[in-house]
Design a binder for this molecule. Structure first.
Ligand SMILES: *Cc1c(COP(=O)(O)O)cnc(C)c1O
Length: 391
């Protein structure tokens, strides 16, 4: 018999009753250290008092009004994002998938209005952009698309790191290129700065719009507000979600005035997108992440974590192959199946997230403390020892 909840997820039999900072508690009082943060969502930890205050303050006033009316919290958050990024304008969504849908629509509408009708979009193997038909068509992997055809036409997936294939595909008929500056689901694969710069040059030469998917790597995760800032380039369109709501469903598409020029009144919409509750929380998340010392602390925490992980790789070469990533978006490349390490870490009361390419992701809250980092490293060491005992 089919379960009451559609069985599309491989869930572990763990349910959490409450959380605080980097910790989660099950109903029986067992404490877990959360190095998954709801898959890079709980950027400021669980039950963050400032976010709780922002949410409950708004909840006592008005929850929802629809985009038929002005929403001051939405305008404030948009102005904050415009002030801190390349963007001139912002559309709010409820998820990364919805941000992907709008990014695709925006790029095609741009070229339609230019009278050139360019529709072809280049993406990369190993990418993940969400689960709508558009987003799975963009990413294109068999794992995401099998059985869901006919797919949305107009996407070509290029091999990761193949410059010749990219040069050959990037004609002046291309509408846009979509890329994650650090692939998340694909196994924490950072795009080298030189490649991101090269993509920007290619887009400038061909006119194609550069769309960055910073749903997972954005909002301070890499030690910069957005990951592309490391390379010095700016995109034309950027997809955001996950960390921006700190756990409340919120996403956004940021764009330059030129790239957004086709999106006039009536061309797009969302009932919930930019809802007062979501934007009240998002505004507070951005206030905190853009405080001067915040991102320096992310980099310092990253340094401590990375150093500890390099030590673990050295002492368990039969379990770990290496460490990669940027900031607090870290991948442990394994010599054992990711599910085995995730389970062994869970036995040590440490939560981690598997990814493709034989990688386990470590995505702790951005405000994790040194003591918590050390506790996580200790748990991973114990997990590796336990795994060794079984092989
Ligand atoms: C999670 C993710 C998405 C999809 O976001 P949802 O909120 O699950 O729809 C898109 N792109 C990237 C890079 C992601 O990590």
């Amino acid at each position: 018999m089919i379960p009451a909840v559609l069985p599309t997820y491989a869930r572990t039999t763990l349910a959490f009753e409450r959380g605080e900072g980097s910790w989660l508690w099950t109903e029986d009082g067992t404490r877990y250290l959360d190095f998954g943060a709801g898959i890079a969502v709980n950027a400021l930890g669980h039950a963050n008092p400032e976010l709780v205050a922002a949410l409950t303050e708004q909840a006592a006033k008005v929850w929802h009004v629809s985009n038929l009316y002005e929403i001051p919290a939405q305008e404030r958050l948009a102005e904050q994002l415009v002030a801190h990024t390349f963007a001139d304008t912002v559309f709010f969504t409820n998820s990364g998938t919805e941000s992907c849908e709008l990014a695709i629509k925006m790029a095609r509408k741009y070229w339609s209005d230019e009278g050139e009708g360019r529709t072809e979009i280049l993406t990369f193997a190993g990418a993940f952009h969400g689960r709508s038909t558009g987003a799975i068509s963009a990413a294109g992997s068999e794992k995401l698309t099998a059985g869901f055809g006919p797919l949305l036409p107009g996407f070509t997936q290029l091999p990761w790191g193949d410059h010749e294939a990219l040069e050959a595909a990037a004609t002046d008929q291309i509408a846009a290129i979509v890329v994650e500056p650090v692939q998340g689901e694909g196994g924490i694969r950072p795009l080298p700065d030189a490649c991101l710069k090269g993509l920007r040059d290619l887009c400038d030469r061909t006119g194609a719009l550069l769309i960055l998917d910073e749903v997972q790597c954005g909002m301070g995760r890499t030690g910069r507000l957005f990951a592309h800032e490391w390379s010095g380039i700016t995109p034309d369109i950027m997809m955001v979600a996950k960390g921006i709501g700190g756990g409340f469903p919120l996403g956004a598409v940021l764009a330059t005035e030129d790239a957004a020029s086709g999106m006039t009144t009536g061309t797009h919409g969302s009932t919930y997108g930019g809802n007062p509750l979501a934007c009240a929380v998002g505004g507070k998340v951005l206030d905190i992440v853009t405080e001067p010392a915040f991102l320096d602390r992310v980099s310092a925490a990253s340094g401590r974590l990375r150093q500890g992980l390099e030590g673990l790789v050295a002492s368990h070469p039969d379990i770990f192959e290496g460490v990669r990533g940027q900031g607090l978006m870290v991948g442990l490349k394994l010599r054992v199946p990711p599910a085995d390490l995730v389970a062994a870490a869970r036995d040590q009361h440490l939560l981690t997230v598997p990814a493709a390419d034989n990688v386990v992701r470590l995505l702790p809250p951005l405000n994790i403390t040194d003591e918590e980092i050390d506790a996580g490293l200790k748990a991973l060491d114990a997990a590796a020892n336990a795994l060794k005992a079984t092989v």
